[in-house]
Design a protein around this ligand. Structure first.
Ligand SMILES: *Cc1c(COP(=O)(O)O)cnc(C)c1O
Length: 466
């Protein structure tokens, strides 16, 4: 074939517009918009053909180009931030937005966003109110703290805590807890930004309470414990407990701050996982302030939550930094809704997707995988499929050591490579994000909720917008 043959492969705009999926696209996004984009795409294809060498075989490339036009139209028409299917089995996938929200949480967000709301308005007195009041009481009830304050995220919570309580003073931190979370969150750097001075104590693997005590001087402003969320040190190790630190804090009148990372509010052992210190227990053991993320194990919105002594919380609330890191109305609405679920732990496990996903049994996952397999096989989906055991992860820099048993529907593509099929899955109207391992695509079931199964299959089957 020569260049003219390839040029003849380019269809007429009018003809395309009469066919699917362009008819449907015109109906959805408007004929003018779709016509213009088709024209642009065909023009680009024309220049590509004209600029190629004489010996190049372009048939496949031209066909692929034509196939991609509807995808590009949808891309151009839609919002940038898109819904995706998380088939990775990583529950708190930071790149996929961490905690997905449940129905009640979304309803709260919609209510806050549609029109005006009483964000800083007291409906009883008709005068100015406080943002914090929308979650203060319920947050305190759930965590058992005197008071609760929310900020943009946990990184902000740590910074605010240090800035308002220990600026210009030394903060004692174990050498085994000088974490880097990723995304440029390194504790020593955060501390420097806050104006507090890092005073390292102990060694990487062993830090005793006596190490903290012997480091206390006039310059000491606080003692801080950081949960090593995303790594563990094994072997010859020792660290000081929150109880010990709290006792030391009381003896020297120093506040004890704990960065818990993932805000676990329920006992994780019920899901067959290792015990993780909960917010409630850490406060009970005597920590003055505990901070944690809203969108990790708590299963809520992106937020940093600080729970603890009223006097410190008030100090933080009035710190100038607070204005720059305060949460918006949407976050506050979702946070309130999330705390509400925790009033009854059974509700939290049922209604918060993060916990619901954690609590799913292998049996249930296997049935889901089998169901999808049967439908796709009937449809002639171009892959050899199997239901396999796998390993799921918590993700989001939480529970690094946990191997959560998972079940995957595996796809061995027929007539194309794994990379090609993975690309096609990502190109669906609601893109499917999956892992490739041993030349096989693994669709993990845990992160696709049972009530979403039908939509998921429909999306893969037809490549249709849900
Ligand atoms: C995740 C984490 C942070 C950062 O929290 P973000 O909400 O992502 O800002 C800070 N400290 C610890 C220990 C963490 O695990």
């Amino acid at each position: 074939m020569n260049k003219n043959d390839y040029l003849r492969m380019i269809p007429k705009v009018d003809r395309l517009l009469k066919e699917e999926p362009y008819q449907e696209l015109s109906g959805t996004y408007g004929r003018g918009f779709v016509t213009e984009l088709i024209r642009e795409e065909l023009e680009l294809l024309r220049s590509r053909i004209l600029s190629c060498g004489d010996e190049e075989n372009l048939s496949a490339a031209v066909e692929e180009w034509l196939r991609q036009i509807p995808v590009r139209i949808r891309d151009a028409a839609g919002f940038s931030l898109r819904r995706v299917w998380n088939a990775t089995g990583i529950i708190l996938h930071t790149n996929l937005g961490r905690a997905p929200l449940g129905k009640c949480q979304m309803e709260a967000a919609i209510q806050a966003m549609s029109g005006y709301c009483d964000l800083e308005y007291d409906l009883r007195t008709g005068s100015r109110g406080k943002r914090r009041e929308h979650y203060a009481e319920i947050g305190a009830k759930v965590t058992g703290a005197e008071a609760v304050l929310a900020v943009n995220n946990n990184a902000a919570a740590v910074t605010l805590m240090l800035a308002s309580i220990a600026a210009g003073k030394e903060v004692l931190v174990s050498r085994g807890e000088l974490i880097e979370i990723g995304g440029h969150f390194r504790l020593p750097d955060v501390m420097e930004q806050s104006g507090a001075i890092l005073r390292e104590v102990g060694t990487t693997n062993r830090t005793r309470i006596s190490d903290y005590e012997s480091a206390i001087t006039e310059a000491t402003g606080a003692i801080m414990k950081v949960h090593t969320s995303n790594y563990r040190i094994f072997g010859f190790t020792e660290d000081a407990s929150v109880e010990e630190l709290a006792e030391l804090g009381r003896k020297y009148h120093l506040p004890v701050l704990v960065d818990l990372g993932s805000g676990v509010l329920v006992n994780l052992e019920q899901f067959g996982l290792e015990y993780e210190p909960t917010v409630q227990e850490t406060l009970k053991k005597g920590a003055d302030l505990v901070c944690f993320s809203g969108d990790k194990l708590m299963g809520g919105p992106q937020a940093g939550i600080i729970a603890g002594k009223q006097s410190y919380i008030e100090k933080m609330e009035h710190h100038p930094m607070m204005r720059a890191i305060r949460p918006d109305k949407c976050t506050i609405a979702v946070l309130d809704a999330t705390f509400r679920e925790y009033l009854d732990e059974n509700c939290a496990v049922k209604n918060l997707p993060v916990l619901a996903m954690l609590s799913r049994t292998e049996e249930e996952l296997r049935m889901q995988a089998q169901k999808i397999k049967t439908i796709l096989e009937k449809e002639g989906f171009p892959a050899i499929m199997a239901v396999e055991s796998s390993i799921n992860r918590m993700g989001g820099g939480s529970l690094p050591n946990e191997q959560i048993p998972g079940i995957a529907l595996t796809l061995k593509p027929v007539g194309m490579s794994c990379l090609e099929m993975a690309e096609q899955l990502r190109g669906l109207p609601v893109p499917v994000i999956a892992h490739i391992k041993n030349e096989i695509i693994w669709l993990e079931m845990r992160t696709i909720l049972p009530e979403e199964t039908a939509d998921f299959v429909c999306c893969i089957q037809k490549g249709k917008v849900l």
